[in-house]
Design a protein. Structure first.
Lengths: 327, 327
């Protein structure tokens, strides 16, 4: 985004991994006059921001919280907040309360603000809206038939976003993010954690566990690419989207074997030796229901850009997280 | 259904056109020991039922209504209740309250009943879950990208039904009904009303208005076929559905011109002359966003059977509604 494009932006889910990276990037690049950071745990204001930053800690699904959040009418809203896949599956009530009721309450609060208020709303959806059986590659017209509660909640968020946008209540765009890899820091409760772990841990000279066969194929984007998607979505001319406002983002399709080969090229055999195979039938079964490859034609035509290789994804992790010390 | 298959069945939306016909058919065929009829307006008990019938009039979306409805744990639930397309578009709040919140509350009430309660739930969805642009014929893997609030609410109902079924809270099946034709009685607020009107009114020797060109193609099933879908869904082995529990029902694809030709064959030129062309740009624009044709392979494999021709659809209307007096 250029500077001063937006007077006030709101990031919901600002304490999560994507939220923190988005906020850091906004602090670096500018483009907003005021940034409001929201999460259920206290979000960290970014270092070095040249604009006003305010933080709000509350439960989005609690009564009137959404109304309060949009009372100042931010022109740009990033709605990133979600209970992740593993937790939404383990805690049915919490997943639906946050991911469905929370999202719907936010959309309703915006609608009820009325009086010409029509912010741009960028929503992070997920490839979890798709469920097996799949074609070789999932195109832009493949059905959403999720096999998890998380995927169901995201698919419903997409439908609401489309309808509320069509009715003119906000100007929404939903991005189906690939699995983000390499996730920095500690594993979260997502069942997809090992896809990052087998890269992140060896680069930190720690052992990593691989619970699935090397033939498993999956769909990836770096955190840096994901932030690029969000910022592009914040400023794109949404008239170009037509009525279909939810887009599968581009990414890299790689097997676990190809991930490991890329790790070998970047960090050598000693890193690869830290991956220990420990088959886990439960995780294998879950992963079998996940997308492997996409042909995200619409997103590419609309200018969304992915990483160029899995090697690049590893190098980005080293640059952004390890201070280039393994590069 | 055979006799005595189900001790207690509940029909939600029993006062609507489909609800009344379903209840009449159950009264004729048997198969239940007790039938509970629910609607927001008082449902009519069927004539000649050889089983106990109870009626309940309440607003499904009101607090605790859903809990009360399932307190007696019906083993079979038909959830037919909905605000129709035209009204859901005109009254945004009402459409979401009944079609989304009401459906979700019903599903939650069933889940919270717990203790091994796992009824069969048959949900009427709609081809309105699909939105243009379309392929020549919509297959079983085409995306739900609705262009109306009604279609959005039905698509969300489908997603919830799949997830609640996957989690074992009930044994759900969703049926995407074609446009029901010929609808008996007065027009409702559905924008699709003219598809029935141009047959029903001439057969009653009244003038009918045609607001779209004769080249418009659409997807139809008779009320009798729709009742057949519901009863088949009530007893089908849902293990055969796998994880995808929402099915596009079979139907007849016909242009308005073909509808009129069928009317000519059945009722002669004098009937056709009662159709007055009165182009309506608003209705034309709405209809352009509607599905025209399907390849409902899964539903056919699962034994759902449609009408065989549009002529048959007209003859069914004459038999079932006009006492065969035009046959």
């Amino acid at each position: 985004m250029g500077s001063g494009l937006v007077a006030r932006a709101l990031v919901i889910g600002a304490a999560g991994m994507i939220g923190r990276k988005l906020v850091a990037r906004l602090a670096k690049d500018g483009g907003v006059d005021e940034l409001v950071l929201h999460d259920i745990v206290p979000p960290q204001p970014p270092a070095g921001a040249r604009f006003k930053v305010r933080t709000v800690t509350s439960d989005l699904s609690a009564p009137r919280e959404a109304e309060q959040l949009i009372a100042e009418r931010p022109q740009l809203i990033f709605h990133l907040a979600a209970v992740v896949s593993g937790e939404a599956e383990a805690d049915f009530d919490k997943g639906y309360r946050i991911n469905l009721a929370g999202t719907w309450q936010l959309f309703e609060a915006i609608r009820r603000a009325g009086e010409g208020y029509r912010p741009r709303l960028v929503f992070t959806s997920s490839i979890a809206v798709f469920g097996a059986p799949f074609p070789e590659a999932i195109d832009d017209e493949f059905l959403s038939a999720p096999l998890t509660s998380y995927g169901t909640q995201k698919a419903i968020g997409e439908l609401l976003l489309s309808d509320y946008s069509r009715r003119g209540f906000f100007d929404g765009i939903g991005l189906r993010l690939p699995t983000i890899c390499v996730r920095p820091g500690k594993p979260n409760r997502a069942a997809s954690g090992f896809f990052s772990g087998i890269i992140r841990e060896p680069l930190a000279r720690e052992e990593a566990v691989l619970p699935v066969p090397k033939t498993v194929r999956h769909w990836f984007a770096s955190p840096r690419a994901a932030i690029g998607f969000l910022l592009h979505a914040a400023t794109i001319d949404t008239a170009r989207l037509g009525t279909r406002r939810n887009l599968s983002m581009p990414g890299i399709s790689a097997t676990v074997g190809e991930q490991i080969e890329a790790l070998r090229k970047v960090a050598g055999e000693s890193a690869v030796r830290l991956i220990r195979e420990a088959p886990d039938a439960t995780i294998q079964r879950i992963v079998e229901g996940w997308p492997r490859n996409f042909t995200p034609k619409r997103a590419l035509e609309l200018g969304f850009r992915a990483d160029t290789s899995f090697e690049e994804i590893i190098r980005i992790h080293i640059e952004d997280e390890l201070g280039s010390r393994r590069a």
